[in-house]
Design a protein around this ligand. Structure first.
Ligand code: ATP
Length: 752
C-alpha cells in the first residue's frame, strides 16, 4: 500500500511542476516561427528537428535547444507525468511522424499530419493534448479542454486506451462518447466534468444538442484522427455543426495516412498557418515497406471459391477480410460458419449492436481467426497481435480506401501481407494503385488449388431457407455497391456476369434487380444535370450513394429547395440516425423508397430426401455420377446449376400447387363450419318466426345467406346451397378425413 504523501512533499512536487511548466512555456516562446518562412514548404525530416534537450553538466538544469535533433521521447520538453506514461507504455524512441510533428504541436501550432499507416500518428496527437492541458494546469472545474474525434467507435475506443496509458499519471478526467451506447443519460450527467473527450462525431453532436449546459467554450485542442474521412461529405453537416460550437481560438491537429490538403476543408476548421507534416511524402511507396502486396484476377462468380480456398490454406493465420456491404459480410460469415473451415470466424459491421461490435473487436485482437468486415474496420484499428493477411474480396472504392485497408497489417515494425481480388472489369484499379506508389504485385491465381464452394452453398440454401434470403440480400447489395461507385472507370455493373454470380452464392434463381433496369434512363437524366453530385453514406451498407439514388425530385419538394438538393447531411458510419436528427430520417425514408427492389423469391424450396431419409442436397449432383469426382469444369458446373435451377423451379411449382390446394381445403372447412352455425341459427330463427317476429319470407332469407357464404352470383345458388347443406348435415357423422374428401369433391363440383 502506498503511504499518503505528506503536505511538504506535495508542496515540493507542486513547486517542481510549476517550475517545469515555466521552462516548457519559455521554450515554447522561443520557438516562434522564423519570419518569412512558409511552414507548409518545410521538409520536417530534412531540416533538423527544432528542439533538443540540453543538460547543464554542473547544475543539472535542463533546457531545450532549438536545433538539436531529438529522436527519443525523453529529449522532448515533456512533463514528467507524460514521460512516465510513455515509459509505462514501452515507448522510448520516436517514430518519424512523432519526431517531425511533436515539436510543432507542443508549441501550439496547428498541424496537418500525414504518415503511412501504422507509423504512430496516435501518440503524435495524444502527447500534445496532455501537455497543453498540463501546462494550462487544467482541472475538473475547467470542463472540456480537448476533443479527439474519430470516425468509428472501435477506433475511438482504441484512442481512448492509448490516452489512458500515456495519461495515466495525469489527473485529467477523460470520457469515451460513442454512438450505440445506451447510457447516454448517465453520460449527460458526467460530460460537463470531463476534461478530454474521445468521441465519434454523431455522439458529440448529440451531447452538444441535448445535454444541458454542455460547454466547450474553453476548448484548447481539437483533434481529428482520420481527418480526411471526417472532413468528407459523409460527416460534413455533423462536423460543421460541431465546429460552429467550438471557440475559434484553439489548436487544431489533423492526422491521417491519406491527408486532405483541400483549402476548403481547412477553411472550415479555421486553421491558422498550419504545419503540413508529411513525413513519407517523398518515400518510394505510399504503404509500409514491410507490407507484401499482391493482386489477382478473380472472376466474380469465383470470388467465394477463392476466398474459401484461401482460408482453408491459411488455417494458422489471422486474416482480415473486406467485403463491401453488411449483407455480404453477414451472408459469407453465416455460410462459411456452417461449412466449418477449421478456423474461428467472426464478423464486424455497422449494423451490429455496440456491445457485440466491441466484443468481436477485442476477440479478434486476441485470437487467430478470420474476421469478415465492412470498411468499418478499415481505418486506424491496431489489432494487438499482428494481422497476417488482409484479403480484399471486394475492390475498395478508391486508392485511399485501399491504403487504409491494407494498413491493418504491417504496423509499426511488423510485417504483413495482403491480397486484392479484382474482377476482370476492375483491372483499372491496379493501374491507379501503381500510379499512387503502391507496390502491388500482380499474380495469377492457381485455379488448380481452387476448392469450389458454390455447390455447398446451394445445399446450404436448400437446407436453411433463411440463408436464401441472406444470399439474395448479399447479391443485391453487392450489385448496388458497384452501381453506386463514383469511379466508373473501375466499376461497371453492366460488365458483371450477374446470373453466374447469383448461382455462385447458391441461389437457385437470379433475383430481379430493379435499379439495373432503370440505369439507362437515369444515366441520360444525370447527363443532363450539370450539378456536381455529392456522395452520401448509406448507413445500412456503409457505402456511398450518389444523390440520384435518393429520388432527388421528391427530396426537393419535401425539403423545399436547393439547400437540400446539395445534401450533405448523412449519417455517420455507425448508422445511428438518432444522432443526426430529422434530416437524416427523411433521407432514410426516401432511400428506402428508391431502393425498393423487386426480389422474386422462390417460394417453398424444399429439401429432397433419399430412400434412407438422408437429405439429397444439390451438392450430390455436383459429383460425377461414375467417378464421384467433384465437377470443377466450368461448363459442367454451369450445366449443373441450370439443371438444379430447373429442378427447383419444378419443386417450386409443386409447392405452390400444394399450397393452393391446402388453402382451398381450409376455405371449405371454414365454410362448412359457418354453414353448420347458420343452420343452428336458422333453427333458432325459425322458432323466432314462429314466435311472430317480422321479416322477409324464409326462402328469400335463405338465398341471401347462401350468396354470402359462397360468394356465388350464379343462378344455381340455391342448388349449391342445397349440396352444401346436405354435406354439412352428413359431416357431423363422418371422420375428418372423410369430411376433407367430401369438401374437395364439393369444391371440384363447384368449379366444374
Ligand atoms: N514511438 C513508438 N514506439 C513504439 N511503438 C510505437 C510508437 N509509436 C507507435 N507505436 C505503436 O505502433 C502501432 C501503430 O501506431 P498507431 O496506431 O498510432 O499508427 P497510425 O499511424 O495511427 O496508423 P493508422 O494510419 O492505421 O491509423 C501501435 O501499436 C503503437 O503502439
Amino acid at each position: 500500500m502506498r503511504r499518503p504523501k505528506s503536505r511538504a512533499v506535495r508542496k515540493q512536487q507542486k513547486n517542481n511542476e510549476l517550475q517545469e511548466i515555466e521552462i516548457l512555456n519559455e521554450w515554447i516562446e522561443s520557438q516562434k516561427p522564423e519570419s518569412g518562412s512558409n511552414p507548409l514548404s518545410r521538409d520536417p525530416l530534412k531540416s533538423k528537428s527544432p528542439i533538443g534537450r540540453i543538460v547543464d553538466p554542473e547544475s543539472g538544469a535542463v533546457s531545450f535547444s532549438r536545433y538539436a535533433g531529438a529522436r527519443k521521447f525523453y529529449e522532448l520538453p515533456l512533463s514528467k507525468r507524460t514521460k512516465n506514461g510513455l515509459e509505462g507504455g514501452g515507448f522510448k524512441k520516436m517514430t518519424d511522424i512523432q519526431v517531425a510533428s511533436l515539436p510543432h504541436a507542443l508549441c501550439g501550432r496547428d498541424i496537418l499530419g500525414a504518415a503511412k499507416t501504422g507509423s504512430g500518428k496516435t501518440l503524435a496527437f495524444v502527447i500534445p493534448v496532455l501537455e497543453k492541458l498540463h501546462r494550462e494546469r487544467w482541472g475538473p472545474e475547467d470542463g472540456v479542454g480537448s476533443i479527439i474525434i474519430s470516425p468509428t467507435r472501435e477506433l475511438a475506443g482504441q484512442l481512448f486506451d492509448v490516452l489512458k496509458t500515456v495519461g495515466k499519471h495525469h489527473n485529467f478526467s477523460a470520457g469515451l462518447l460513442i454512438g450505440g451506447r445506451k447510457e447516454v443519460d448517465s453520460e449527460k450527467e458526467r460530460v460537463n466534468e470531463l476534461n478530454i473527450l474521445v468521441c465519434t462525431p454523431g455522439r458529440l453532436l448529440q451531447h452538444m444538442d441535448e445535454t444541458p449546459n454542455f460547454d466547450c467554450s474553453q476548448l484548447q485542442v481539437l483533434v481529428l484522427d482520420e481527418a480526411d474521412r471526417i472532413l468528407d461529405i459523409g460527416f460534413k453537416k455533423t462536423l460543421n455543426a460541431i465546429v460552429s460550437q467550438l471557440p475559434k481560438r484553439r489548436q487544431t491537429l489533423l492526422f491521417s495516412a491519406t491527408q486532405t490538403k483541400s483549402v476548403q476543408d481547412l477553411a472550415r476548421l479555421s486553421l491558422k498557418d498550419p504545419e503540413y507534416i508529411s513525413v513519407h511524402e517523398k518515400a518510394v511507396t505510399a504503404t509500409p515497406s514491410r507490407l507484401q502486396q499482391t493482386a489477382m484476377i478473380v472472376p466474380l462468380e469465383q470470388k467465394l471459391d477463392m476466398l474459401w480456398s484461401f482460408i482453408k490454406a491459411h488455417l494458422r493465420s489471422k486474416i482480415l477480410v473486406f467485403l463491401s456491404s453488411c449483407k455480404e459480410v453477414k451472408f459469407v460469415f453465416e455460410a462459411f460458419k456452417k461449412l466449418r473451415p477449421g478456423i474461428p470466424l467472426k464478423c464486424l459491421h455497422g449494423r451490429m449492436n455496440q456491445e457485440k461490435r466491441l466484443g468481436i473487436y477485442s476477440q479478434f485482437c486476441e485470437s487467430q481467426s478470420v474476421l469478415f468486415s465492412t470498411d468499418v474496420a478499415s481505418r486506424g484499428l491496431d489489432f494487438n497481435k499482428a494481422v497476417d493477411w488482409v484479403v480484399q474480396v471486394d475492390c475498395p472504392e478508391d486508392v485511399a480506401s485501399y491504403i487504409h485497408r491494407v494498413g491493418r497489417t504491417a504496423r509499426y515494425l511488423s510485417g504483413g501481407r495482403s491480397v486484392l481480388f479484382l474482377t476482370p472489369s476492375e483491372m483499372k484499379m491496379l493501374e491507379k494503385l501503381q500510379a499512387a506508389k503502391v507496390p502491388i504485385q500482380f499474380i495469377k491465381a492457381n485455379t488448380k488449388r481452387l476448392q469450389p464452394v458454390s455447390g455447398l452453398l446451394s445445399a446450404l440454401l436448400v437446407k436453411y431457407p433463411d440463408m436464401q434470403q441472406l444470399a439474395q440480400r448479399a447479391f443485391i447489395t453487392y450489385l448496388r455497391s458497384i452501381y453506386i461507385q463514383k469511379d466508373k472507370e473501375v466499376f461497371d455493373v453492366t460488365k458483371l456476369p450477374i446470373d453466374e454470380y447469383s448461382a455462385s452464392l447458391g441461389l437457385p434463381m437470379t433475383p430481379k434487380v430493379k435499379f439495373l433496369n432503370q440505369k439507362e434512363k437515369r444515366e441520360t437524366e444525370s447527363e443532363k444535370s450539370s450539378l456536381i453530385e455529392p456522395k452520401i453514406y448509406d448507413e445500412e451498407n456503409e457505402s456511398v450513394i450518389p444523390k440520384e439514388e435518393l429520388l432527388v425530385e421528391d427530396v426537393k419538394e419535401n425539403r423545399g429547395g436547393k439547400d437540400f438538393l446539395l445534401k450533405d447531411d448523412a449519417p455517420d458510419v455507425e448508422g445511428n440516425t438518432s444522432e443526426i436528427g430529422d434530416i437524416v430520417s427523411a433521407t432514410r425514408v426516401l432511400k428506402k423508397k428508391k431502393l425498393k427492389i423487386n426480389v422474386h423469391r422462390p417460394v417453398g424450396t424444399r429439401v429432397v430426401f433419399d430412400e434412407e431419409g438422408n437429405t439429397q442436397a444439390p451438392l450430390a449432383m455436383l459429383a460425377d455420377k461414375t467417378s464421384g469426382d467433384i465437377l470443377l469444369d466450368q461448363d459442367k458446373k454451369n450445366d449443373f446449376y441450370k439443371k438444379m435451377r430447373e429442378e427447383l423451379k419444378q419443386v417450386d411449382k409443386e409447392d405452390k400447387l400444394l399450397e393452393r390446394q391446402r388453402l382451398r381445403e381450409k376455405r371449405i372447412k371454414k365454410k362448412m363450419k359457418l354453414k353448420k352455425g347458420q343452420r343452428e341459427e336458422e333453427d333458432g330463427e325459425e322458432e323466432d318466426d314462429l314466435s311472430g317476429s317480422e321479416g322477409e319470407p324464409d326462402a328469400n332469407r335463405k338465398r341471401k345467406r347462401s350468396k354470402i357464404y359462397f360468394h356465388s352470383d350464379s343462378d344455381d345458388g340455391e342448388k349449391e346451397e342445397d349440396k352444401a347443406g346436405s354435406a354439412s348435415i352428413n359431416a357431423e357423422s363422418i371422420s375428418l378425413a372423410e369430411q376433407e374428401e367430401l369438401a374437395l369433391k364439393l369444391l371440384n363440383s363447384m368449379h366444374s
